[in-house]
Design a protein around this ligand. Structure first.
Ligand code: AMP
Length: 461
């Protein structure tokens, strides 16, 4: 084909707006965060649960609430026509069903708790999850359409102690330990109680009445919320609305004695374990299922205006809202993307003082000197990798100089493998850190690379 007859170049496809690829340079930190979370959660008796990313839309309409921003504006929802079980490709289509990509995971976990009759044993359930969530939000730094949450739920029948304020305090203490384990600096725990669901109904009416005379002076969203879900007005971030909202009645003055005693006990337990917190009477959170304790952790580094790192609270009525038995619970969801942004910003701050962060290096790069040594190189790599070393193998067609160029910056050592080395099984090993070159027999190679490894810097992100 001549040039003039070439098909026009096709435009390259891109990731969907608001979604991202995470490349190995980034996933290293993601894995570190996830491993830290898994290890910590195990120490508190949590087990992992994985629920589907697809759920019936009604789960979120009932659980999260029709009037919330999430359900009313942000869900990826579609009518799904699935053939009835046993029907072939030509069979009639069954009734359409509305499905949604999960915008959060608590409703799914509680659905699974009910579906698998986890209440029956009478025990307290401690479940955690790590996975993607989907919301059709306007993408910006720290706000994506596919984002990850690391979350946990503690749920059980009342006889399991699921209502105890100790559970709330334990969750908050665990989160403080998690952020400390990761080295997150300057986190701040904001705490509030929104009372029982009856308290909320009463407070909603007080708020609705108080909003009536000022409604027309609020932003368009708040004018709508004042009618549909007055509590959400307290979440408003529009600067012009703040003075009016600040003067509204406070939920703390309208919660029952029971709710107050519960909240006081949570605070006392936090104080006993030395977890600092700040009371924030406006923290009501956007989801309808919250009762009593609500909380958020914010940070000062890296997130700009999207400074909420994680949020959560109690949801004593959620199981019943979803058709299950009475099972109070409490949980949280950490925005993993935001946690990573925070850690990266901190690392950048630290690197300013101490030079660029070192790269993670492999233990060795094996350089076969001619194509004839490729099989021997692969066999040597297999042996070293099974000894838990991190190895890359070059190619015998590369010139020695090119092998050195690739190996330097990728691995701590280069292992040269020519015909002599293949026959004698004694290899020339060069350490890039100090330029030293040694000859090492095969039987001692793994041990030597490991020994050299511990004497050079081992970068842990
Ligand atoms: P929520 O489920 O709305 O209570 O959110 C819990 C946490 O998830 C927030 O504190 C954020 O850190 C994170 N989060 C919520 N929405 C997004 C989003 N669109 N993009 C990134 N992180 C988010």
């Amino acid at each position: 084909m001549t040039d003039s007859k070439k098909a026009p170049a096709r435009p390259a496809l891109k990731a969907v707006r608001g979604t991202r690829d995470l490349l190995p340079d980034q996933t290293r930190l993601w894995n570190h965060v996830e491993t830290t979370a898994r290890n910590l959660f195990a120490r508190y008796g949590f087990g992992e649960i994985r629920t589907p990313v697809l759920e019936v839309t009604e789960l979120f309409a009932r659980g999260v609430g029709e009037e919330t921003d999430i359900v009313s504006k942000e869900m990826f929802t579609w009518e799904d026509r699935t053939r009835a079980a046993g029907e072939g490709a030509r069979g009639p289509e069954s009734k359409a069903q509305s499905l949604t990509l999960r915008p959060e995971n608590t409703a799914g976990v509680v659905r699974a708790y009910i579906e698998h009759q986890m209440a029956n044993s009478g025990a307290l359930r401690k479940l955690y999850y790590i996975g993607p969530q989907f919301r059709r939000e306007r993408p910006q730094r720290g706000r994506y359409r596919q984002f990850w949450q690391i979350g946990a739920e503690v749920i059980g029948p009342p006889s399991s102690g699921s209502e105890s304020p100790l559970r709330d305090a334990e969750i908050l203490e665990m989160l403080a330990s998690f952020l400390d384990d990761l080295g997150v600096r300057g986190w701040r725990l904001e705490l509030n109680s929104v009372g029982s669901s009856q308290d909320r109904v009463r407070y909603n009416e007080v708020l609705r009445a108080a909003l009536q005379p000022i409604r027309s002076r609020l932003c368009a969203d708040c004018q709508r919320r004042a009618e549909t879900n007055p509590l959400r007005v307290l979440d408003c971030k529009v600067p012009e609305d703040q003075v009016l909202i600040g003067a509204l009645p406070r939920i703390a003055d309208h919660i029952s004695a029971d709710s107050q005693a519960h909240f006081d006990a949570v605070r006392a337990a936090l104080e006993a374990c030395g977890v600092p917190y700040h009371l924030n009477p406006r923290l009501v959170r956007g989801l309808d299922y919250y009762t009593r304790t609500t909380f958020e952790f914010t940070v000062t580094t890296g997130l700009g205006t999207q400074n909420a790192l994680l949020g959560g609270g109690r949801y004593d009525g959620l199981s019943e809202m979803l058709g299950g038995p009475r099972s109070p619970g409490i949980g949280f969801a950490i925005g993993e993307d935001r946690l990573i942004l925070t850690l990266q910003a901190q690392q950048e701050e630290d690197a300013k003082g101490s030079g660029a962060a070192p790269r993670e290096l492999l233990d060795a790069y094996i350089a076969p000197l001619t194509p004839a040594q490729n099989p021997a190189a692969l066999s040597l790599a297999r042996e070293l990798r099974s000894a838990s070393l991190r190895i890359e193998v070059g190619d015998g067609s590369f010139k020695l100089r090119k092998s050195f160029e690739i190996a330097d910056g990728l691995a701590r050592h280069i292992v040269l493998l020519g015909e002599d080395e293949a026959n004698s099984e004694i290899y020339t090993v060069k350490a890039f850190a100090n330029g030293e070159q040694t000859r090492i027999p095969r039987a001692k190679l793994a041990e030597a690379l490991r020994g050299l490894q511990s004497s050079s810097t081992n970068f842990v992100q």
